[in-house]
Design a protein around this ligand. Structure first.
Ligand code: AMP
Ligand code: ZN
Length: 431
């Protein structure tokens, strides 16, 4: 499995992180089904321009200027920050990390192969892939090339033969030394953004591998270009399955983007006292192919649900046995195109059921091998007898309709417990 990783010129925003959580769930489900997974993730540290149409500035060089650091330092800093985010979100590390700048040789070799096969042409600013020579291109891009217009926001590159053609190699601007540039058979410059993923995925996973994943924004440009250049070079399909995660959006469908100022990082969520794993849980509220709308209320609900979940486990006996029917329903939901909202509903249904707590505990631990909420490490907590008595007093006060007393007792207990009153009485769960 190959997953497109971050461009490390800034922190990842929590939208990006939704995609990595979805990919992690996919991987965990494959593992739970008994597959062996070799997972490669790249780190883009060169060549991603501010416009996906190969125009504008290199995002990395721009980041370096902003921070008055070298491009290399910026890349290291944000790559580490990203890896830290993954850890905090309990995202399993890929089998192999690969960096674009560590694979310049492989990228040049792939461009040469495309040149030998007649898929490239040269302009004053670089070597381009001629998409009209790759007949299947419009099918992958889900577009009509003849109707495609280059966005008015970018200066149209008049030397391009087709609007959808893309750079494989860009020359360093004349009279300007870039911090990142390499010699190549065509001149000093740097690789285009898309070529890195083709070169590195094929190097580590072979010309055809099983799964390629990323966010939906990659469908029309980045992944289409990866397919075109890889298949043009090898004559074989690049990946057997492509799978894309929908976006995290703000109210009103506004996109969260690193290049805009509206982005929220995991660090910011932590400052607002959200547990990163509550964010992970929040992302499960929507199917990966559906947009997910961020709101403070929804995040708070997820935080509460996580605390509640942890509290339940603290009350349960040590794991033993299983809740067979719930396990079947849980894994059936996941194997049905990763239906996480459904799987979560099954989980809550099991928690609320009257199955023995040891069986619930054992099944929940197995669920957590997919959910990744760190539930297995939670230990049983003994509740002091006195606190249990206080909880009983709430019910007694309620029976006497002394709600002021019931509320004041509840208020005290809520400092340490989640206090739940149902028709069966009041129960307290350690926070
Ligand atoms: P980037 O660092 O911009 O290359 O993006 C990293 C990953 O995040 C890619 O797989 C993108 O498709 C994905 N992505 C970007 N924005 C969002 C968003 N708002 N919601 C979910 N995924 C996103
Ligand atoms: Zn990629």
């Amino acid at each position: 499995m190959y997953t497109c990783g971050p461009t490390v010129y800034n922190y990842a925003h929590i939208g990006n992180l939704r995609t990595y959580i979805f990919e992690d769930v996919l991987k965990r489900v494959l593992l739970a089904n008994g597959y062996k997974v070799t997972h490669v993730m790249n780190i883009t540290d060169v060549g991603h321009l501010t416009s996906d149409a190969d125009e504008g500035e290199d995002k990395m060089e721009k980041g370096a200027r902003r921070e008055k650091k070298t491009v290399w330092d910026v890349a290291d800093f944000y790559a580490k920050a990203f890896q830290n985010n993954l850890k905090e979100l309990n995202i399993q590390t890929p089998t192999k990390w690969v960096r674009a700048t560590d694979h310049i040789k492989e990228q040049i070799a792939l461009i040469q192969e495309l040149e030998d096969k007649g898929f490239t042409y040269k302009t004053t600013d670089g070597i381009y892939f001629d998409t009209s020579k790759f007949k299947a291109y419009p099918d992958f891009a889900r577009l009509k090339v003849s109707q495609q217009k280059e966005g008015a926001r970018v200066k149209v590159n008049t030397e391009k033969r087709n609007a959808s053609d893309f750079a494989l190699w860009k020359f360093s601007p004349k009279n300007e030394t870039r911090q990142m540039e390499w010699k190549s058979p065509w001149g000093i410059g740097f690789p285009g953004w898309h070529i890195e993923c083709s070169a590195m995925s094929m190097k580590y996973l072979g010309n055809t591998f099983d799964i390629h994943a990323g966010g939906v924004d990659h469908i029309p440009v980045h992944h289409t270009n990866e397919i075109a250049q890889s298949e043009a070079a090898t004559g074989k399909p690049l990946a057997r399955v492509w799978i894309h995660g929908e976006f995290l959006v703000l109210k009103g469908d506004e996109k969260m983007a690193k290049s805009a100022d509206n982005f929220l990082t995991l660090e910011k969520l932590k400052e607002k006292e959200f547990d990163p794993l509550a964010y992970r849980l929040f992302t499960y509220s929507s199917h990966y192919r559906q947009k997910l709308t961020l709101s403070c209320a929804a995040l708070e609900a997820a935080q509460k649900a996580l605390t509640n979940l942890r509290g339940h486990i603290q009350m349960w006996d040590a794991p033993k046995g299983l809740c067979a029917e719930h396990e079947k329903r849980f894994f059936d939901a996941l194997n049905d195109d990763l239906n996480m909202p459904q799987a979560l509903a099954v989980m809550w249904d099991m928690i609320k059921s009257n199955k023995p707590s040891a069986a619930k505990h054992a099944s929940l631990n197995r669920f957590d091998s997919i959910l990744g909420l760190g539930l297995a490490s939670i230990k049983k907590k003994k509740i002091p007898k006195n606190d249990l008595l206080e909880a009983k007093k709430i019910d007694q006060a309620r029976a006497l309709k002394d709600y002021t007393k019931a509320d004041s007792l509840r208020f005290k207990l809520e400092k340490k417990y989640i206090v739940e009153t149902t028709t069966a009485g009041t129960s307290i769960i350690p926070k």
